[in-house]
Design a protein around this ligand. Structure first.
Ligand SMILES: [Zn+2]
Length: 354
């Protein structure tokens, strides 16, 4: 299709492909990014259309990963091919990165690509701007919440379960802690795109060694999604204040909190060229601009910030909020429209920047 493809893999079987369109290798380089991994189909038997069939029915393609985000990749590579076949002569760079591991922690994908190369070695790092093809249709995602992931550990005193009053049950103490954390006041921040910060107390919990004994240890994770103005130190001090208050009421409560990892929130400036070019392309194809939205997810965009590459956080043919569902699907019409929008975005980006 007119691309040269290079493969970079941190580990065998988890490749990242970076493809550059022949004849479009110069600056300014616009990079389209999609992740190659999918979540599992979970219970295949409850799907109306088998999850690995790619079935086409009533104008929609079905299957795990079609929206999130194989259709995004299809749009990216076909947009490049259309530009090439049109014979248009504008100076610019067009590349497509297919990256691993976004659904987990990006350590074989964007994290590796962002850290693993010195500047200039990889087209990824020389991009002037980027577009992620995550499902967003018909909207455009320009903001991501930040987050702080916490591990809570409660220590108790183990004893045979026939003498509960002689031990300290770490599991029931944890239950109380999580119920209080769920009500934690995160302040009055209310961001126009990202809304309010949230806390999910007890996304995982582990405690107890088996029947017949009271457990002396319980661990749980808590996930706080943040908005600009609320950082990790503020979250930690709010959590610690609450735990101190609980300890004062319950002398047997021994609990500690530690951050596992954190990410800052991300905002694309509305004057950013890649964003204005994408919106102008959307206007040409859809007849109106896309609504700007923010989402509570971590996303790979955070790695581009480290590299100073501005991006559209998500604009892709999969419908917003319909990823990771049973009978995942994409409308063929949206796929074609977004392909056109990608091609026009590149052309406008090159003429505006060049
Ligand atoms: Zn995705």
């Amino acid at each position: 299709m007119g691309y040269s493809v290079k493969t970079y893999a941190k580990t065998p079987g988890r490749p990242n492909l970076i493809s550059v369109l022949h004849g479009f290798e110069s600056k300014p380089n616009l990079l389209f990014i999609r992740h190659a991994d999918n979540i599992s189909a979970s219970r295949a038997e409850v799907w109306q259309h088998p999850p690995y069939s790619g079935e086409l029915s009533k104008g929609r393609i079905y299957g795990r990963g079609v929206a999130d985000m194989k259709s995004g990749l299809a749009a990216m590579i076909f947009a490049g091919r259309a530009i090439k076949e049109s014979g248009i002569r504008i100076k610019g760079g067009y590349s497509v990165a297919s990256v691993a591991d976004e659904e987990v922690e990006s350590q074989y994908g964007m994290k590796y690509l962002a850290r693993g190369f010195s500047r200039g070695m990889s087209p990824l790092l020389v991009a002037d701007a980027a577009v992620f093809g995550e499902p967003s249709f018909p909207w455009i995602v320009v903001a991501l919440k930040g987050g702080v992931w916490l591990r809570i550990t409660v220590k108790g005193k183990s004893i045979g379960s026939g003498w509960p009053h002689k031990g300290v049950n770490a599991v029931t103490r944890m239950a109380k802690v999580l119920l209080e954390l769920e009500k934690l006041d995160l302040g009055r921040l209310d961001h126009p795109l990202l809304g309010r910060p949230t806390i999910a107390a007890g996304t995982t919990i582990r405690g107890g060694v088996g029947l017949y004994s009271i457990s002396d240890r319980c661990e749980a994770t808590v996930e706080v999604y943040t908005v600009p103005g609320l950082g990790t130190p503020e979250v930690l001090s709010k959590v610690e204040r609450l735990l101190e208050k609980m300890k004062r009421k319950d002398k047997d409560l021994s609990v500690k909190v530690e951050p596992i990892f954190e990410v800052d929130s991300y905002l694309t400036d509305s004057n950013e060229r890649v964003y204005t070019c994408a919106q102008s392309a959307i206007m040409s194809v859809m007849g109106k601009h896309a609504k700007r939205i923010g989402v509570p997810s971590v996303g790979d965009a955070r790695f581009l910030r480290q590299l100073g590459i501005p991006c559209v956080v998500a604009y892709g043919p999969g419908e917003y909020g319909r990823e990771h569902v049973i009978d995942e699907s994409v409308r063929v019409e949206s796929l074609i429209r977004v392909t056109k929008i990608y091609a026009l975005t590149a052309l406008r980006f090159w003429s505006a920047t060049g």
